[in-house]
Design a protein around this ligand. Sequence first.
Ligand code: C2E
Ligand code: MG
Ligand code: MG
Ligand code: MG
Length: 275
Amino acid sequence: KIKKEGGGSIAILSQSDHYKLSRRIQIEKRLLLALDHNDLHVMYLPQVDVATGKVIAVEALVRWEDEVLGTVSPDELIPIAEETGLINEIGTFVLEKACEQAAIWQRKEIPVKVSYNSSIREFRDKNMVKTIRKVLEKYNCSPSLLQIEFTEKFAIEAEGEQSIIGQMRKLQQDGVTFTLDDFGTGYASLHYLQLLPIDEMKIDSSFISSITGLEKQKKLVQGLIHLGHSLGVRVVAEGVEHESQYLLLKEFGCDALQGYYISPPISAEEVEKLF
Ligand code: C2E
Ligand code: MG
Ligand code: MG
Ligand code: MG
């Protein structure tokens, strides 16, 4: 391994780069197989209403346990899937699971919505509205039970693409709701709150983890909650791990929260036991 500080640097693959590259190639190959063999599955992260303490929604999160690679976390999997285009297939798989499960709970009279993390690449597909409507119909799932989450990266890229915003509006008219996820971690956040059809925003866990620290950090979260409310958007906090955080968020008027303090991601059966 040769490393030269400053000026012209010499690029030689270090051992760890080499490892990363070969793991990446492995992930691409095995992901194709996993999609073919139906090896992915979904876990659900409960979200509670702050005022009532009741579970009102769950977030569908993809899980992949590969026999060769071991656990591949979404943080590792999703960026690779986005680059290779396989995100569309992962997306369809998770969407189907989310709608199927939401409809099952609807029939059992368990009042819970299901949210689904989307990638901009899925919305670049001109048939996205059709696809989502078809999946909802297939499982007889009310559109109002489906929430679609997207990140600021998505928001920034969507700005110049009217067709994406148009597709979101159509789905919103059907009753589907949209959540701006990981709010505060990207750029130009405020602008997108008024540009895109957003029903809800999720304050990123990095703000929540420091909320019990300095007064300034408290004020920041309080400000974000006020901002959301003044724009008519529901505000959810993510990554709530301690009671002290929960109590502050309640005092600040946050609408809902999720995090290990409530529950880690769990199976559909475990979700039912919460009711
Ligand atoms: P996210 O949408 O912000 O999802 C929340 C993540 O935080 C989940 O990690 C969840 O397990 C974790 N989490 C929940 N409560 C806590 C807590 O109290 N403390 C901490 N430290 N973490 C908590 P996960 O499942 O590893 O997902 C990571 C990210 O990967 C997600 O972030 C989402 O952006 C993406 N992702 C997951 N599933 C999918 C999917 O099906 N499709 C797409 N496009 N992205 C997905
Ligand atoms: Mg999310
Ligand atoms: Mg999030
Ligand atoms: Mg997050």
